[in-house]
Structure formats: structure tokens, C-alpha cells
Ligand binder design. Sequence first.
Ligand code: MN3
Length: 230
Amino acid sequence: MGSTLLQACGSTAKAGGGSVAGTGAFPTPYTQQPLPYAFNALNEAIDAQTMELHFTKHAAGYATNLNDAAKAEGVDTTKPLEDALRNVSRLSAKFRNNGGGHYNHELFWKLMTPSGPEGPSGALAAAINSSFGSLDAFKTQFSDAGKARFGSGWAWLVMDGDKRLRIGSTPNQDNPLMDVAEFKGFPLLGLDVWEHAYYLRYQNRRPDYIANWWKVVNWKTVAERFAAVA
Ligand code: MN3
């Protein structure tokens, strides 16, 4: 992941109104990358059956449908998906939903790990502290964004066009890179709060899923993305 992201840092990305360096988080064409751990590796927060269904059914479906849409709409899948998302208003609802779905999930898997540090360090930790007051205050605000998202969607930490850290959420599979997003920026951390992400173990208890999810956040990936756009 790290090398993939760093290799891609030569190109320019837009977040919010301003220009932000760093893009191309994922290889092209638009295919699922192998899950970087076993289905049961995140059991502390997410059970193996949920992980398997989520990866092999839900996320795989977004990838398949995205490639169908790209073919039908003449989108060059050798170019970074981020570029298409930034101009998604010109594309179909099918591309928007599945392009966001593919990007969001490829990112989500890499934002989790069974063996990462318990929190951020270095420049990322300093930025979180100065933006939100403390790591705990950040977690509370981010968790609240996930709890408050009505229906299906995502909670996000992004770097906006003015290089500020911001917390927000998007509905469905919208992504903050999209020109149509109601919350914009370069995504550093994202949490899937669709019921398919937690229902088998947690049923209606989305807050319990979110509370446990912090145990498996891959702060190394977050730091790499932060460094790419800071
Ligand atoms: Mn999902």
C-alpha cells in the first residue's frame, strides 16, 4: 500500500477548492486488490463472516458494476479512479454509486489492520490535536458523524482544499473526492456504516461497531495519506 501510494504522489489532486498533491491510491484498472489480511484477522471488531461477505460479495459487486459502467461510458480505466470521481457529475448514477463503492472499499480494507499502533503519531497526531483538541475528542466527533449518518453511508476524516482536517459524512457510496459530494476533501480515514458492514454481529447497535472499530484502525495508512497531501 505504502509504495503504491508513494509512487503515485507525482500527480496532482484536487480537494475542496484548492490543489492538493497526492493521488492514485489504487492500481488501475479498477480491480479489487487482495485483502491484506485474513477474513478473521479483525475479529476484535469485525467477524470473519461479515468480512468475507463484505469483500467477496458487496465490494466485488461494486468492482464488477463499475467496470461495466466504465465500458459503457467510455471511461479510461488505465487512469486513476480518483480522476473520474472528481468529474463524476458527467457520468451516470451507476458509475457514481459503483465508482464510489469500489474506491471506498479498496480504501477501507487498507485502513484496517490487526496489528497497528493504537493511535497516530508524529505530524498526524499533532494535526489531529490542533484541529480537534485531542485524539479522544477527534474520535468522539468522527464516531458521532458515523452514528448520525441516516441510513447507509460513510464517516470521513479529510484534508480540505485549505489544508484543514475536517470530519463529515456522505450518503450511500458517495466519496469526498466527488464533485457532487455534499462533504468534500481528500479522504484520509473512512468508516463504512452500511448495515452490511456490521449487522451480523451488532444488529442495530451501530455505536458498538464504531466503538470497536477504533481497535483495528491502521494509523500507518492514515499517516501515509496525510503525508501525501500535507
Ligand atoms: Mn460496505
